[in-house]
Design a binder for this molecule. Structure first.
Ligand SMILES: Cc1cc2nc3c(=O)[nH]c(=O)nc-3n(C[C@H](O)[C@H](O)[C@H](O)COP(=O)(O)O)c2cc1C
Length: 175
């Protein structure tokens, strides 16, 4: 069985080199809207999505994340960063799962509209720091929320040359 969605699921790859041009509004909105259609626990729509295109803020997020990780450019020079926040997992234990599904939808949508994306980790840690909290206030995000994950987003400048085959026995059916 095959169709466009199944093909996109197979062909989406993490992109780590981006063209400098900014993502079009139309494509960005398609990606963000796709995120909002992810299922969420109890249908509560717990996650909050913030797309950042202002170059000084993109650079700050990149630096802050890099300080947590020890990487000079963790967002790989992507012109757009999408941040996903959710209720602190200590308070609402489904927020990590909810936010991850939102991020998954957006990565697939990005691929479907000709963009490249890569999940970039360590938002929990970076938005727990005083500088991270200050940044949340600037972004208009309630500072009691937790960082769940982020995407580097832009037009791909290169694609991974190969993909790992799926591991043996990855799935099974018990009848
Ligand atoms: C939870 C999670 C965290 C990730 N964190 C990073 C990251 O910080 N930096 C990065 O370059 N890639 C990150 N990735 C991307 C993975 O490395 C990538 O999905 C994996 O190598 C498989 O490649 P593919 O997405 O092209 O299939 C992350 C992926 C997931 C699901």
């Amino acid at each position: 069985m095959d169709n466009e969605v199944l093909k996109a699921l197979r062909e989406r790859r993490s992109i780590r080199r981006f063209k400098p041009e900014q993502v079009s509004d139309e494509a960005l909105q398609a990606v963000l809207e796709a995120g909002t259609w992810a299922p969420t626990a109890k249908g509560l729509q717990d996650p909050w999505i913030v797309a950042v295109q202002r170059p000084d803020l993109v650079a700050r997020i990149d630096r802050l994340n890099g300080e947590v990780w020890g990487h000079p450019t963790p967002f790989y020079g992507a012109p757009t960063i999408i941040l996903v926040f959710g209720t602190d997992p200590e308070v609402w234990p489904n927020s990590l799962q909810d936010g991850s599904l939102v991020l998954g939808n957006m990565m697939l949508a990005a691929h479907a509209v000709g963009l490249g994306s890569c999940w970039i980790n360590r938002e929990r840690e970076m938005f727990a720091t005083p500088e991270g909290k200050a940044l949340m206030r600037e972004l208009g995000v309630d500072e009691s929320l937790a960082g769940i994950g982020a995407l580097a987003l832009g037009y791909p400048a290169s694609f991974p040359p190969s993909v790992k085959p799926r591991k043996e026995g990855y799935w099974r059916i018990i009848r």
